[in-house]
Design a protein around this ligand. Structure first.
Ligand SMILES: NC(=O)c1ccc[n+]([C@@H]2O[C@H](COP(=O)([O-])OP(=O)(O)OC[C@H]3O[C@@H](n4cnc5c(N)ncnc54)[C@H](O)[C@@H]3O)[C@@H](O)[C@H]2O)c1
Length: 360
């Protein structure tokens, strides 16, 4: 098992990464001082695959385990779902010391995290991420949130978990599409911070696709290390943490203009290419670097051509995005693959031109 320490003073915690480590969850929780009751929030499919076995295992270790299932889907990141969970927690007589274990992808992590942050003014949160995206991104860094109508992730807070347990073996049941959503984020980490990781992904792509546990463990570990390092520098997202938005400025706009028909990973892949293209047109990034990124994204099976969406609509969505600061749109651009920087000096007419000329 590999370990990463996220150093945030009294909010510090460890990330445990390894294959089959969910089976030792009881022992890991005891070592962190937990005992007695705990609540697992999960969804029915993850419960069937892993939740019931986890419950048995924890029960054997002497924990009293309550499972609170939530239906699958982004629409569960809502005040209504949180309200139901508050009631269920109250009905089970849980206390301020009773930890909530979020067993699932980013949806469960964000919802259970939001509930843990707010119920009884905060109960301990353990993240047990089960998708690649959740293992490399959403379970680390303490952003917990729900959606409100069209406002995605806009109602939330920062609430760090006490422990993150990322079991690599669990990724084997993921739908390939969900896996490539996570892979888009892994490529993002490599592109903003770690050229060596980029080479590793390129050289091991077949093994990643065939879910080789050793290779998956390595990419989860290196991605989680980068996320942890950035979160340590800027826990509340007031500065350098914005670098994690690489590919997300245009990506989110594409997602929202397509009415979420273009899925997150696909949109981020296009957004990463758009940002690389902007960097190249501004004379900062060499063309060969852009082509290398394009070729990797294509090999992963993520899109490299623009869907049929109105360019004007994408530009408007970019202007309304939360990455706008004092009226200026912030972009993350590249000096080279492995080295990114934040700027608000991008001319939107250049972005418009690049999007309009994309498929020509
Ligand atoms: N808090 C953050 O910092 C942060 C960062 C990025 C994304 N997010 C949020 O994460 C969410 C997306 O997360 P996601 O991509 O993990 O999607 P998800 O949570 O919807 O999971 C995707 C699907 O995979 C299934 N699943 C989960 N684990 C599985 C497994 N091991 N085997 C088989 N099926 C499994 C789920 O039931 C679901 O149907 C969004 O709501 C997004 O806003 C949050």
């Amino acid at each position: 098992m590999k370990e990463i320490k996220v150093r945030l003073g009294s909010n510090s915690y460890e990330i445990h990464i390894g294959s089959g480590i969910l089976e030792q969850a009881g022992q890991q929780l005891r070592e962190k001082g937990f005992g007695g009751s705990l609540v697992i929030i999960t969804n029915p499919s993850v419960q069937g695959l892993y939740g019931d076995a986890l419950k048995q295992n924890l029960t054997r270790e002497g924990f009293k385990v309550i499972i609170l299932p939530v239906p699958d889907g982004e629409e569960q990141k809502s005040l209504e779902a949180a309200g139901r969970l508050y009631q269920e927690l109250t009905d089970c007589y849980t206390e301020r010391t009773t930890p909530i274990l979020a067993l699932g992808g980013g949806v469960i992590g964000d919802l259970a995290g939001f509930v843990a942050a707010t119920y009884l003014r905060g109960v301990p949160l353990i993240q047990m991420p089960t998708t690649l995206l959740a293992q490399v991104d959403s379970s680390i860094g303490g952003k917990v949130a729900i959606d409100h109508g069209q406002l995605k992730n806009k109602i939330g807070t920062f609430y760090q978990p006490k422990l993150v347990i990322s079991d690599i073996a669990i990724l084997k049941t993921l739908d390939p599409k969900i896996l490539s959503d996570g892979l888009a984020e892994v490529i993002k980490y490599a592109v903003i911070r770690d050229r060596e990781l980029l080479g590793y992904i390129e050289n091991n792509l077949d093994k990643i696709k065939s879910l080789d546990e050793g290779v998956l463990e390595e990419i989860v570990f290196r991605s989680a290390e980068i996320k942890a390092e950035i979160v340590e520098k800027d826990e509340k997202d007031l500065g350098i943490r914005a670098i994690l938005n690489y590919g997300h400025t245009v990506g989110h706009a594409i997602e929202s203009v397509s009415d979420f028909k273009v899925e997150h990973g696909m949109a981020v892949a296009l957004g990463m290419l758009a940002a690389a293209n902007i960097s190249n047109k501004m004379g900062i990034l060499d063309k060969s670097e852009l082509l290398r990124l394009n070729s990797l994204i294509q090999r992963v099976g993520l899109p490299t051509t623009m869907p049929d969406l109105k360019v004007e609509g994408i530009i408007e969505a970019i202007k309304h995005d939360k990455k706008v600061l004092r009226g200026k749109v912030r972009f993350v651009l590249l000096k080279s693959l492995g080295s990114a920087f934040i700027t608000d000096e991008v001319n939107l007419s250049l972005v418009k031109q690049i999007l309009a000329d994309w498929n020509e």
